[in-house]
Ligand binder design. Structure first.
Ligand SMILES: [Zn+2]
Length: 311
């Protein structure tokens, strides 16, 4: 190739580059690709169909949320990421979904000892606030059981109005897993429990807690008719819906029914709600976890009472 041909080719290349620069400046510094992109996202049909599909998937997410308690956190996070990745034209929409995603299931001060069974169900070593609350109430100065052997349990339950409530209970660490499994199963099956509060909310007065139909476990006290320590004193016994499931004792030829107000429920042949018998779900769950039932005792009956055998 001679020098003239080289010059011609160079001139041709320079002309092509110059034309390209000229064309870009006429098009407002926008390549065809950029032009196509910017105009397609503004196209009304494309945008609305993308939005419709986003709404459809959000609707699907929220319907699964209503049937599954434990997936609430996951689905809210998922629907946020779907909206953010879509070509959402409204900034408000994105902002509101970000706000909704800041869901914190527990308080920030989570104990290292916490064992979470399921959302809303966990146990842990007694927090300081609980130790303060129970000291000299359900946990007297001369208490022979160590605080280290007790666990603070939190669970969900369905009350008599059908509302989900959060309950708290102190039990022995040896039955903490049983408590989680049993109460989770009761909750999932919509088993009705009126109240699950610490007995300290009743000044550690067992009678007052029973009258309020409160379900509870640990209380360092002797059995109601003697000096021997109750299984509640070591935190291995649970009283469930006690007003409808009274203690029935026979003493010197007379019958004592506790708590007062529960007399009509001492007749176990009668039909009434919240009655624990051998067909009851709570009975089945507790006995399958190795608990014995006070309703099966011979000398007296304690229909509210489940205690761990060899606990
Ligand atoms: Zn009991």
């Amino acid at each position: 190739m001679n020098n003239k041909s080289k010059r011609d080719i160079f001139f041709l290349l320079a002309l092509i580059v110059a034309c390209a620069i000229l064309a870009r400046s006429f098009a407002g510094h926008e390549t065809l690709e950029e032009y196509a992109k910017s105009h397609s996202s503004q196209a009304s049909t494309g945008s609305s169909s993308a939005q419709a599909s986003t709404e459809a998937s959000s609707a699907k997410e929220s319907s699964s949320e209503s049937t599954d308690h434990s997936s609430a956190k996951d689905s809210s996070t998922e629907s946020t990421s779907i909206e953010n990745s879509a070509t959402a034209s409204s900034t408000d929409e994105v902002n509101s979904s970000v706000t909704n995603s800041s869901y914190i299931p527990y308080d920030n001060d989570v104990s290292d000892t916490r064992v979470t069974y399921s959302e809303g169900f966990y146990y842990e070593a007694l927090p300081d606030s609980i130790i303060t609350k129970i000291t000299n109430v359900s946990y007297p100065k001369d208490c022979e059981i160590s605080l280290d052997d007790l666990r603070y349990c939190v669970m969900l339950y369905v009350d008599f109005e059908g509302e989900t409530k959060t309950g708290e209970m102190i039990c022995n660490k040896s039955i903490a897993d049983d408590v989680m499994e049993i109460f989770h199963e009761l909750y999932e099956n919509d088993y009705r429990i009126e109240s699950i509060k610490l007995i300290d909310d009743f000044d550690a007065d067992d009678e007052a807690s029973m009258e309020a139909n409160n379900t509870s476990c640990f209380n360092y006290r002797p059995i109601s008719s003697g000096k021997k320590l109750s299984k509640h004193a070591t935190g291995i016994a649970i009283d469930l819906n006690p007003l409808y499931n009274p203690q029935v004792k026979y003493k010197n030829g007379s019958t004592v029914i506790l708590p007062s107000g529960s007399e009509e429920y001492a007749d176990r042949t009668a039909d009434f709600p919240y009655k624990i018998d051998q067909n009851d779900l709570a009975y089945k769950l507790f006995t399958s976890h190795g608990f014995s039932w006070g309703g099966n005792w011979n000398s007296s009956k304690d229909y509210q009472h489940f205690e761990k055998k060899n606990g």
